[in-house]
Design a protein around this ligand. Structure first.
Ligand SMILES: Cc1cc2nc3c(=O)[nH]c(=O)nc-3n(C[C@H](O)[C@H](O)[C@H](O)COP(=O)(O)OP(=O)(O)OC[C@H]3O[C@@H](n4cnc5c(N)ncnc54)[C@H](O)[C@@H]3O)c2cc1C
Length: 316
């Protein structure tokens, strides 16, 4: 609340993330702990301090605490959007086109939806539409920005008796992707929802709903045999990670932005790297000596454009 961005109002779901390793995977764990992002940041948890869920474990394993905390992204979006409500609009994809000036730079977005026609001019445009960047890159005729998608088949489990768990379960494969990652949420009725990702979601992309749910049930049963999933409801959906394609489809390590024809195309790569992305863009704007100009005309926009709403969670 005291630095550039006041995020008071954003809920923290958990002060810590945990990592659980079945006893058979110690050597694998060493590789994982040595990885760039985790190096030196992990501590083993004394069994007496285990969260209730792991106190009940009937299999041998070791629990580690990571210094990462977990945000409620819905409340983060509310807080961020709340500061800019009168500037955030939605547009139908067929209603806009980009205009170029005599130096062939993108200079305006022309909007025409049958009833109204106008254009929005800007000193720079920033595309940060996640998966939607691909369409915007095409629409603006940009040549250098390239995007990539990494698909996932995410599973969620709803159950009144599910405890709140935030954990990576380390597997025995050679990849650094955890076998299973669990974050816990609540649906509109207050029922706990486990959101399951990691290797389960990556390997589940080619599976239909029934097979993916079966795989999730079997994995949960193997990892947590002390848990009863009788009274729970399983579901799954596919979703893509959208990133810059800067190195032959490999996962980028950092937030990325590329500038072309007066447009920044930006992907944070991870939500946690969003502040880093903002710093990069601000730095480039200041190098170009760009400062905001008064936006007296924006007031008229709310008469002609619809406000964008925040979407609901997939489990609501
Ligand atoms: C299953 C999953 C789990 C993840 N877990 C984590 C995690 O634990 N930690 C982490 O740090 N990151 C995580 N990520 C990555 C993180 O979600 C993304 O890096 C982040 O959301 C990207 O933010 P963004 O605003 O660039 O894009 P998005 O969040 O995708 O938002 C893009 C917005 O642009 C809008 N849009 C689309 N097209 C257009 C258009 N033509 N015009 C205008 N608007 C448009 C969309 O409606 C959307 O609102 C996860 C991603 C997935 C898929």
């Amino acid at each position: 609340g005291e630095s550039d961005m006041d995020l008071r109002g954003c809920r923290v779901l958990s002060e810590h993330y945990y990592m659980w390793s079945d006893s058979g995977f110690r050597s694998k764990l060493k590789t994982f702990l040595g990885s760039k992002s985790l190096s030196g940041r992990v501590s083993a948890v004394d069994e007496k301090q285990y969260p209730d869920f792991f106190k009940l474990a009937t299999v041998e394993g070791t629990l580690y605490k990571l210094p990462d905390f977990v945000l409620d992204t819905a409340s983060l979006l509310q807080v961020l959007a709340g500061k800019q409500r009168e500037h955030i609009f939605r547009l139908a994809s067929e209603s806009y086109s980009f205009e170029r000036d005599d130096k062939n730079q993108v200079s305006a977005i022309a909007i025409a939806d049958g009833k109204k026609e106008f254009s929005i001019e800007a000193q720079r445009f920033i595309f940060s539409a996640g998966k939607g960047n691909k369409q915007l890159i095409n629409d603006a005729g940009l040549e250098n920005a390239k995007s990539q998608l990494r698909p996932l088949n995410m599973v969620y489990v709803k159950g009144k008796n599910l405890p709140k768990v935030f954990v990576h379960c380390i597997g025995d494969s050679f990849s650094l992707t955890p076998k299973l990652t669990i974050t816990s949420h609540e649906d509109v009725d207050g029922t706990t929802v486990w959101y399951l990702g990691g290797e389960l979601a990556e390997s589940g992309v080619a599976k239909d709903r029934e097979s993916q749910i079966k795989a999730a049930r079997s994995l949960l049963h193997n990892l947590f045999p002390w848990m009863d999933f009788e009274e729970t409801e399983f579901n799954c959906f596919t979703i893509d990670r959208a990133e810059a394609n800067i190195n032959n489809n490999y996962r980028p390590e950092d937030a990325f932005c590329i500038e072309e024809s007066n447009v920044f195309v930006a992907w944070p790569t991870k939500l946690t790297l969003t502040p880093n992305l903002a710093d990069k863009i601000i730095e480039r704007l200041s190098v170009s000596n760009l400062t905001p100009t008064p936006t007296a005309n924006h007031r008229g926009l709310s008469d002609v454009l619809e406000a964008a709403e925040i979407a609901t969670s997939r489990w609501d």
